[in-house]
Design a protein around this ligand. Structure first.
Ligand SMILES: Nc1ncnc2c1ncn2[C@@H]1O[C@H](COP(=O)(O)OP(=O)(O)OP(=O)(O)O)[C@@H](O)[C@H]1O
Length: 252
């Protein structure tokens, strides 16, 4: 079972001119087996929502709640959130020079599970995961994200998703910078994840093209720190045709 419940979430960030409110009351529930897509104009606060769920210290929650299966996520440290079953694929994955992919994945898996994975099955799992994502076995010896192409970075995020096996995955623009083949490979990875029992996905994207491979159950239009409209997959097509103008103009 997994239910991520976000209620009236308000989040601010410290700027030179004082605190700036970015999320202005976000309410969203992702139940077992559901995939939710969030679309919205640049700067509307989508990444802020993703980081706030994951616990980035730059963002201050000033109101509202986030719970995972009834547990208070906001009271948890970042690593507790990961252990509770939350996963964030970042829009801009960071480089970790000197730490190999292999080491990183094993350390992350050990931290999330509370015990080291059995070496023999783990190596097999890593190799088959990399292979499915069309990443060469030598990839596991490279430093995390250092010199990775855009597509490699995103496929590496999906390798983490598959191997860490969280309950709820927040994917922030996992489709950006992918060519058509890589988009298919990444989408297949996300679909393998969500087809398992009890998984939830929050997919932040600018483009409907990924939604042709990963059909969402719900689409949310995010404007100016709030959800301005909700609908089914058709809403994404409508947004592609009409843009966000009417929501922005309405001052939502
Ligand atoms: N440290 C900061 N100082 C000032 N403004 C900030 C800071 N961090 C975030 N913001 C602002 O918060 C707003 C929301 O940013 P966020 O990255 O969440 O938007 P987004 O919807 O993900 O945008 P995009 O689609 O371009 O990725 C932006 O206007 C951004 O400039």
């Amino acid at each position: 079972m997994s239910t991520l419940e976000i209620k009236d979430l308000h989040v601010s960030v410290a700027t030179e001119d004082g605190d700036k409110e970015i999320l202005k009351g976000v309410t969203l529930t992702i139940k077992d087996g559901e995939t939710h897509a969030i679309m919205g104009p640049n700067g509307s606060g989508k990444s802020t929502l993703a980081y706030s769920i994951a616990g980035h210290p730059k963002y201050t929650v000033t109101g509202g709640s986030v719970t995972l299966d009834g547990e208070d996520v906001l009271a948890m440290s970042v690593d507790e959130r990961a252990r509770a079953g939350l996963f964030l694929a970042m829009q801009y994955p960071v480089e970790v020079p000197g730490v190999s992919v292999s080491n990183f994945l094993r350390t992350a898996k050990t931290a999330v599970d509370g015990e080291a994975p059995k070496l023999r099955t783990w190596v097999k799992d890593v190799n088959s995961t990399l292979e499915r994502l069309d990443l060469d076995a030598s990839f596991s010896q490279r430093s995390v994200n250092e010199g990775f192409s855009g597509g490699e970075k995103k496929r590496h995020e999906i390798a983490q998703l598959e191997l860490l096996d969280p309950k709820v995955a927040v994917l922030d623009e996992t489709d950006s910078g992918l060519d058509i083949d890589a988009l298919k490979i990444v989408s297949e990875g996300v679909n393998r994840f969500r087809e398992q029992e009890g998984k939830g996905v929050l997919l932040i994207t600018h483009y409907t093209r990924i939604l042709r491979y990963i059909t969402p159950d719900y689409v949310h239009v995010f404007v100016n720190g709030r959800i301005a409209e909700e609908g089914g997959p058709d809403l994404a097509d409508q947004l592609e045709a009409e843009g966000y103008d009417k929501y922005v103009k309405a001052g939502v």
